[in-house]
Ligand binder design. Structure first.
Ligand code: FES
Length: 156
């Protein structure tokens, strides 16, 4: 019987030892380093199209990268699918690409110098966005832009 008591004591001591070891590992595990970024980590670089500028203006593109008479598609600050134009006399305009009939995206036609909706054929003047032919009677929304050096900025 004495050996049976000894076995019970050893078993109890082993169980207590196991619990203490498990608790120690749990506590040390909770003090492991977190995944929080260290101070001074580099920021993700932003693209020129998303670079905020001063006074609520956002860089859309560089003038030198635009081809006169062609359109450059971009997302306006409010999320509008938009198109940017540089005319042959170096003036820059931007319009919403969302057709005012039923919302399809209009495309710029360089040969005709118009924006044309592929869904039902509405046409709009470039660069002003005024309706040339329906089915819609509402002009395209203008996006206000300005040129600052080589940057085209959306004024927001
Ligand atoms: Fe553009 Fe109908 S959605 S003409």
């Amino acid at each position: 019987m004495a050996s049976r008591r000894n076995l019970l004591k050893i078993g109890a001591i082993s169980a207590v030892s196991f619990v203490i070891t498990a608790c120690t590992k749990a506590v040390s595990g909770s003090s492991a380093p977190t995944s929080e970024p260290a101070v001074g980590d580099p920021q993700t670089p932003s693209t020129p199209e998303q670079t905020p500028s001063q006074g609520g203006e956002v860089v859309i593109a560089q003038v030198s990268a635009l081809v006169a008479g062609e359109g450059f598609n971009f997302n306006a600050n409010d999320g509008t699918d938009a198109i940017l134009f540089k005319t042959k006399d170096e003036k820059v305009y931007a319009l919403s690409r969302i057709c005012t009939h039923e919302g399809c995206s209009v495309d710029f036609d360089l040969a005709q110098n118009k924006l044309i909706c592929p869904c039902h054929g509405a046409t709009y003047e470039a660069p002003d966005g005024n309706v040339i032919s329906g089915p819609t009677q509402r002009n395209l929304k203008k996006i206000i832009v300005k040129v600052d050096g080589d940057n085209v900025l959306e004024v927001v």
